[in-house]
Design a protein around this ligand. Structure first.
Ligand SMILES: NC(=O)c1ccc[n+]([C@@H]2O[C@H](COP(=O)([O-])OP(=O)(O)OC[C@H]3O[C@@H](n4cnc5c(N)ncnc54)[C@H](OP(=O)(O)O)[C@@H]3O)[C@@H](O)[C@H]2O)c1
Length: 322
């Protein structure tokens, strides 16, 4: 089969289309023929070496497709089931072998492409608005990169929970998309500083929570956008990692709460995975959350997909089609 691997960390050119042996499932595992793999910012961190892994590495943590065979002791799925997963390496490939207890069956009416688009970013947006800081009616949140893969889902889910959403984006086109996903206010940070704008919009109070996946370039100003005892949820570093922090900053800026969460810790048990995925896939099936699969690349063009993502050229979800 074909797989996109890195042999050394590097730029997008480090992504190689290799011929590798078809994987076969061991005990507790299922083999899946992929219909689509999700592209996520974490793939960039692995490609560049910011996150470490054994090499060569088949990139990609998210995908969906059809089970072709199962190993011994598997009860969760059977051959022919349509399934999706996240948190399993080796997903930029035509086939993957996945621990069966990490697979989620796709409900009727949710396609494999939807599944590949929903698992990582959908469940992340879900835990951010439901677990990291459970949004409620009357809350106001700030969402950076509001037209990105995460951003469009966060805007929709935050609105669904009754919050007022302030988004930041770099272009007019992205502003229109964020608005269509439910953002009440969109700040074009390339034209206006977001910190005074957030203060103005909130009448000087500040927001209850900031969902920040941008990191280095937004973190410090974001702290100033919070109300006293507000919640700073730093969930990514698209612009680079946030430098080490003097914790006294968290005190003087208003007795703030700070979290740096990961999806893995929010789907640790099968029960939590099935519950969270079930709610997200249910919202998609019912049309309450709309996936915007804006970019689809053939598997062989994974490097193009990474260039577009890192170059801020993308909105919504990016898929690789094997
Ligand atoms: N912790 C978790 O559980 C978890 C799970 C999923 C994703 N994440 C994080 O969520 C963030 C968003 O991921 P995504 O896959 O949905 O990506 P994305 O938001 O679709 O793309 C990144 C966006 O960040 C903005 N950005 C600002 N400065 C940037 C820079 N210097 N370089 C590149 N982009 C920059 C751009 O939007 P503008 O042009 O509008 O500025 C860009 O489009 C990432 O940090 C990712 O690691 C974390």
């Amino acid at each position: 089969m074909k797989a996109i691997r890195i042999h050394q960390p590097g730029g997008p050119e480090a992504l190689q289309l290799d011929d590798v042996a078809d994987p076969s499932p061991g005990g507790g595992q299922a083999a899946v023929k992929l219909a689509a793999a999700g592209v996520n910012y974490i793939d960039v961190y692995f490609r560049t070496g910011q996150y470490k892994a054994q090499l060569p590495l088949t990139l990609g943590l998210e995908g969906a497709g059809t089970v072709t065979a199962v190993g011994s002791g598997v009860s969760e799925v059977k051959a022919g089931d349509n399934v999706a997963w996240t948190g399993v390496p080796g997903s930029y490939a035509q086939m993957n072998v996945v621990p069966a207890d990490r697979l989620v069956k796709l409900p009727a009416g949710v396609s494999a492409k939807d599944g590949a688009a929903a698992m990582l970013q959908g469940m992340t947006a879900h835990y951010l608005v439901k677990s990291s800081y459970p949004l409620k009616k009357g809350d106001t949140c700030l969402v950076h990169a509001a037209a990105g893969g995460m951003g469009l889902l966060l805007c929709q889910m935050a609105k669904m929970l009754g919050a007022t959403v302030i988004g930041t984006v770099s272009t007019e086109e992205k502003a229109a998309l964020a608005k269509s996903a439910g953002a009440d206010h969109v700040i074009l940070y390339t034209k206006q500083e977001f910190e005074p704008e957030v203060k103005r919009i909130t009448g000087g109070r500040g927001v209850d929570v900031v969902y920040d996946g941008v990191g280095a370039s937004t973190f410090d100003k974001s702290l100033n956008c919070l109300r006293p005892r507000g919640y700073m949820i730093l969930f990514g570093a698209a612009s680079g990692p946030v430098p080490p922090l003097d914790l006294q900053v968290i005190n003087v800026r208003g007795s703030l709460f700070l979290q740096r969460p990961s999806l893995n810790h929010h789907i640790g048990s099968r029960e939590e995975l099935v519950q969270r995925a079930g709610e997200v896939l249910g919202w998609i099936k019912d049309g309450k959350v709309k996936l915007r699969i804006e970019h689809q690349f053939p598997l062989a063009q994974a490097a193009e997909a990474h260039r577009a993502l890192e170059g801020r050229k993308t909105t919504g979800k990016i898929l690789l089609i094997p």
